[in-house]
Design a protein around this ligand. Structure first.
Ligand SMILES: Nc1ncnc2c1ncn2[C@@H]1O[C@H](COP(=O)(O)OP(=O)(O)OP(=O)(O)O)[C@@H](O)[C@H]1O
Length: 264
């Protein structure tokens, strides 16, 4: 087995500032009030993911999932410990990241693809597949600054899934996609998983994690609280499955009346 993602005692500290202006800070300091607080968004996290594993990353809001993804894809560096990865990383960890608002969708596909490490020739070859997947029609030639968050997500995901990579990271940006698009994304993610690529999938939707992943990591206030089989991880989180819409479940796919709650 080949190690794909290794975190060793990785920590990331953030500072929360309570005041914005110098005047506010001065007044707070004179009153001996706190000006800022530091906290560990990722706290001494260690795990190893082998190539080809499909792992769900779960946890409550603010538990550090996105921060951990950023440490993995190199957007952020850990303050202590290390996060090592093998091979090319693709995926979508923030809607609109890597897009220039004044450039058209078409130009942004090239920009975004370049950020993900694709050459112009590679992007040329994949361009039609990207456009077909995004399915945003004439908006392809308008500035992305005018896009809805769903359209951003469509284009970003279309580029990401068409990038050849060893590691695929996906944050719950799919939450802004409409139902048909979510289904298409889940189907594509299944293919990525079947291709033997490593997948790290952030989601609050227990059923889609169950369908997509072999293992779950649960973060609790930055600490890795659970690492193991999916069902136990979901029980550990005490998520109630009946609350979550699940586009990945065949039983649910035709139920259009179902609440489109917190999926993906
Ligand atoms: N750049 C930053 N500066 C300061 N604090 C930050 C920064 N980015 C994230 N945080 C804080 O770090 C904590 C973890 O945030 P993170 O986005 O990683 O959580 P999450 O588990 O992905 O949450 P959610 O499920 O809501 O997306 C939160 O308290 C957040 O406010």
């Amino acid at each position: 087995m080949t190690e794909s993602i290794v975190a060793r005692h990785a920590s990331k500290e953030f500072t929360m500032r309570y005041h914005r202006t110098i005047k506010q800070i001065t007044i707070a300091a004179m009153r001996r009030n706190k000006i800022s607080d530091s906290f560990l968004a990722v706290d001494d996290v260690s795990f190893t993911i082998e190539q080809g594993e499909s792992v769900g990353l779960m946890g409550l809001n603010g538990s550090g999932k996105s921060t951990l993804l950023k440490l993995i894809n190199g957007v952020m560096k850990p303050d202590s410990g290390e996060v090592l990865t093998r091979g090319r990383i693709a995926g979508l960890i923030a809607t609109g990241a890597g897009f220039h608002p004044q450039m058209t969708g078409r130009d942004n596909v090239y920009l975004n693809a370049a950020i993900l490490g694709m050459s112009e020739a590679e992007t040329d070859r994949k361009f039609d597949a990207i456009v077909e997947f995004a399915d945003i029609g004439k908006f392809l030639d308008t500035p992305v600054g005018h896009y809805s968050s769903g359209m951003f997500s469509r284009l970003g995901f279309a580029v990401a899934v068409n990038t050849d990579s060893d590691i695929f990271l996906i944050d719950e940006v799919l939450a802004v996609g409409d139902r048909p698009f979510k289904k298409k994304c889940m189907a594509r993610m299944q293919e990525i998983r079947d291709e033997g690529r490593t997948m790290l999938y952030v989601s609050h939707a227990a059923n889609s994690v169950r369908k997509m992943c072999d293992r779950v990591l649960v973060l609790e206030k930055g600490v890795l609280g659970y690492d193991g089989p999916v069902d136990e991880g979901i029980r550990y989180l005490q998520y109630d499955d009946t609350d979550a819409e699940d586009v990945s479940s065949e039983d649910n796919q035709d139920n259009d009346d179902e609440e489109l709650g917190a999926d993906v």
